[in-house]
Ligand binder design. Structure first.
Ligand code: FAD
Length: 320
């Protein structure tokens, strides 16, 4: 059965976030012959064409001064209005900090259920199913929404990005939403500079733990990651020891990442760290302790001192 699917598209610094394109692909997967509607607030650039290429049939733009900077109140109000107006069968958004903030509130406002943090979705016997990790990533559950609208958030880096086709066009709709002044006034947004690549969207992550010893050790990881355009992450142990910023923390209480390659350097592999990275496609561990639990989840393990192993790997990569 065809489904009309509404996707909330996140923009950052003028551009559409990669996760939103993945969510559009996900929407296309379940819509069949239905319509995929992309909703974007205050777009700075003409976003219709790229969104059409990734699967949108209609692009709804909402322009309002109260949506200039993200605030929970304004975005929840405006998006709830868009949902009511276009009345889709399914609603999807990225499981990002914005998605995690908005989705439960929109669901509660509209009295909908929510399946959060899905790593996959598809159709089985014409019904939509979602896959989501449970028990800190140790198991996966498959869920179906049996009653009412489908509403789900999708974890970044899990739906393969598929350029639907060039030359595809989408209908543009400008929607006038009522957006009250938010109760929270954001005076300024300060971005922490923690590397140019967003950890959530990085294809390669070089991550450091307490074995990296100090902030200087993290400079070595920066150079290593730079060689192949990767981002640098960290264990909480490293963050707690002041070696790097908490924005780099990966794990249960940090970011959940699923890159194609995760290189864990001097990280023991505590369960709370594994919760944030064990779904990475390929895991490489460098640790001087052969008994370190990280080797149980690693596809490739190097037992050795990271300060000797990493320079050797860098030399090899430069020569290749
Ligand atoms: P360690 O466990 O101290 O491991 C350091 C490793 O480095 C060791 O295996 C050692 O063999 C190796 N090593 C040392 N020197 C070298 C060298 N020269 N070369 C190679 N290897 C070397 N942790 C997270 O990471 N993320 C979270 O989100 C998180 N959330 C938590 C939430 C709660 C409620 C709790 C209780 C804990 C949480 N933790 C989290 C902490 C977690 O339990 C571990 O303490 C932490 O992950 C350990 O960090 P580490 O692996 O860097 O340090």
């Amino acid at each position: 059965m065809s489904k009309n699917v509404l996707v909330f598209v996140e923009a950052r610094e003028g551009g559409v976030r990669k996760v939103s394109l993945e969510v559009l692909n996900a929407a296309r997967k379940i819509a069949q012959d239905g319509v995929v509607i992309a909703a974007i607030f205050n777009p700075e650039v003409d976003s219709v064409e790229p969104l059409a290429h990734y699967g949108a049939d209609k692009v709804v733009t909402v322009n309002h001064p109260n949506l200039a900077i993200y605030t929970t109140d304004a975005y929840v109000q405006a998006f709830s209005e868009v949902v009511k107006e276009f009345n889709p069968d399914a609603i999807l958004m990225g499981h990002t900090s914005v998605g995690k903030d908005m989705a439960p509130r929109v669901a509660s406002r509209l009295e909908l259920g929510l399946v959060s943090d899905c790593t996959d979705l598809g159709l089985s016997e014409n019904e939509v199913f979602f896959v989501r990790p449970i028990y800190s990533g140790k198991a996966f559950q498959k869920r179906k929404v049996i009653d009412g609208k489908i509403f789900a958030t999708i974890r970044p880096n899990n739906i393969p990005l598929d350029f639907v086709k060039t030359g595809r066009s989408a209908e543009r709709i400008e929607y006038q939403a009522q957006v009250d002044p938010p109760r929270t006034h954001v005076k300024e947004v300060l971005r922490k500079v923690t590397g140019s690549i967003d950890l959530n969207e990085a294809k390669i992550i070089v991550s450091g733990g307490r074995g990296v010893k100090n902030a200087e050790g993290f400079r070595l990881l920066d150079k290593f990651a730079e060689l192949f355009g990767g981002a640098v992450g960290a264990s909480r142990g490293a963050c707690d020891a002041g070696m790097c910023d908490y924005a780099l923390q990966i794990g249960q209480t940090g970011k959940v990442v699923t890159p194609e390659l995760y290189i864990a350097c001097g990280i023991s592999g505590a369960i709370q760290h594994l919760a944030g990275m064990s779904n990475s496609k390929i895991i490489v561990a460098i640790n001087k302790d052969p008994e370190a639990p990280i080797f149980q989840v690693a596809d490739y393990g190097i037992v050795g001192d990271l300060f000797e192993v990493i320079p050797l790997l860098m030399e090899e990569i430069r020569e290749s």
